[in-house]
Write a protein that binds this ligand. Sequence first.
Ligand code: PAF
Length: 301
Amino acid sequence: MNIVVFGSGAIGSLFGALLAKQNKVVLVGRAPHIKCIQQKGLTINGKTHLTVNVPAVESTKEVFLSADLILLTVKSYDTETASNQVRPLLHDQTMVVSLQNGLDNIEKIEQNIEKKHILAGVTTHGALFSAPGTIIHTGKGKTILGELDGRPSERLNMLISIFNQAGIETQMSIDIKREIWRKAIINSSINPLTAFLGCKNGYLLENPLLEKTVEYVCTESSRIASLKGIIVSPVEMIEKTKEVIRDTAENDSSMLQSIQQGKKTEIESINGVLLRIGTEQKIDTPLNRILFELITSLCLH
Ligand code: PAF
């Protein structure tokens, strides 16, 4: 399969490297990471050990491949621009799969790309940007893919088997919107807490006070989900979040990595959306508000 990975940060590079074993992959990202990959290949350390020579470019204008799959792995604040940039690469059968954090990516993609092309996914792999050209796979997670309308399609089955063949453990969901919500609930505690405290994911369970905070945030975020008709059990979400923390204990969350690199964070698309829903529905969401305001204040420095 011809695959373009648009957004070659930690997760995009990890997926690109794994998929490149059996597919034609082109990575699209930013210098100096892309320049290093062009010179020395892409190296994955940690839970996966791999060096691949994979074509890497800085603009879609340099992609000369008919894309069967475009994997969108950019940060949620770049989704609109990214979906606009990949549009010229689409042919009638191209699948565009969002594998991103946040609750508002699909609506943003739909502004530039016809709905029939779009699928969605979530992943709980932990990956850390170590140096240009090198990624550390810090935690093995699971990946879930689905059609937006929930129907199990032939193209979805094909995609899932390609991911599994690449060693990316992947399942199908007939309710991918619910999975996106579940992932956002998980991210709503892990990401801002680790980003604000400057700690690895695992520390959230080493410190009993933080473990309690994770539980409170999960409960509040699960209640907000129910306002949108996504009925999840807070107890189950707490368990799931703790499982992800354990599996990615050695990871710096993507939000912490953004703060460390002086970049914008995905707070708007995670806690920001949750806060907005609470405000619209006149429900108090103090924990998401505090987390949102703390991270936003950090970024104002
Ligand atoms: O955003 C992240 O960092 C990841 O979604 C996860 C799974 C929380 C691992 O750090």
